[in-house]
Design a binder for this molecule. Sequence first.
Ligand SMILES: Cc1ncc(COP(=O)(O)O)c(C=O)c1O
Length: 431
Amino acid sequence: MFDRRNFLASLAGFAGALTLPQRLLADLAQAPGKLPDASLYEANEEAYWTELRRQFLIPEDEVYLNNGTVGSSPAPVLRAIFDGYNETEKLAETEPEDYPIWGYAAWNEFRDPLAAFLGCTRDEIAILRNATEANSYIANGLDLQPGDEVLMTDQEHPGGEGPWQLRAKRYGIVVKKVALPKPVPNAAAVLNLFSDAITPRTRVLFFSHITTVTGVVLPARELCALARSKGMLSAVDGAHVTGMMRLNLHELGCDMYTSSPHKWLQAPKGTGFLYVRDEVIDRVWSTIATEGWDARNIRAERFQRIGSSNVPVLWGLRAALQLANQIGLERIERRHRQMADYILKEMLARGVDSWTSPDPALRCAIATVNVPQFQTMEAETWLWKTKKIRIRGGAPSKIRLSTPYYLLRKDVDRFLAAFDEYRHLKHAGKL
Ligand SMILES: Cc1ncc(COP(=O)(O)O)c(C=O)c1O
């Protein structure tokens, strides 16, 4: 029997599907066709960033202080992804055996700009989906015996610690942790903690370059040198670092490094990478195995042989690299630091505890504070529901504030005013 209601509902769904790309394209069309001129930066920095902010789809009345979880891909990146779909979905490659399937190719057109950005060679890079996946390759891929130890901090993300815990439970390796003070006072304190915790069974130092818990920038170069001096491997979870601050992997001297450029590089979600120093590549087994899984000659490309996957996001990754290069990473990092320092100073003036290092070398674009007697999760909901401000809370009373370059000074001021209002209402018993 003809069901009118279902018929109308299906029509509505169809119409929605037709209009969606148009709406998306309209949003994109609002973004200026070119980036602000460098001369604007010289004349008025805030005006420059305000103009650049127009490349982002985040509504103007929203304040997004949680870039540490995921970034927001701006118009040039989104356009590149759509271009990628337009091109690849035609399935019109020149050669009959060429298909735009990701998982069986070198993808040097994407690895080359990434390697140049990271200060390493293309052969040391495998493009994966995120830091979690790359960390899993490391924890699964090394030859370790039961009782061998991996030493990490107590501030690792589950996507960093989890792969090692799995290996521990299944194969008997041992996970040991150093407890980082909050805040970390200086680099020497971290080095001493690690140095004191190393035993004759320690095989790997694994740590976040920037931790998810407080955003502290750990002294990665010194920790990697410590590992090397003791004949251990160093594996660094740099999920936050790419696009937030300058990174040169060869200078850092690590054996392995992972990252999620969909955070601070504003790359598409599902773009990550694994770096393995050339001398170490042959010591790492692949986790996913398909054609080429054991082909030593293709170096780290071996780790990106993952079966068919999504190529257009790689177009987006390349565009995100290009965007960061156009703006200039030095300029981006400077802005990141300025905004984080500003928000931290203002929060400290409100009598909260700092969990952010007092040493400028150990902080960048994440400021974390603890507000005694504060119900963070409740405040997080209030800020979002009533003010359209997104923070990252942590029970019971932590606030993690990310300051990406597209965040404006007036956005920070709006957050500070809302924070004051919340505390005032709370004290007055009105919430
Ligand atoms: C230090 C660290 N490692 C790993 C991850 C996981 O990132 P992804 O979900 O992109 O794999 C995060 C996410 O916040 C993180 O902060």
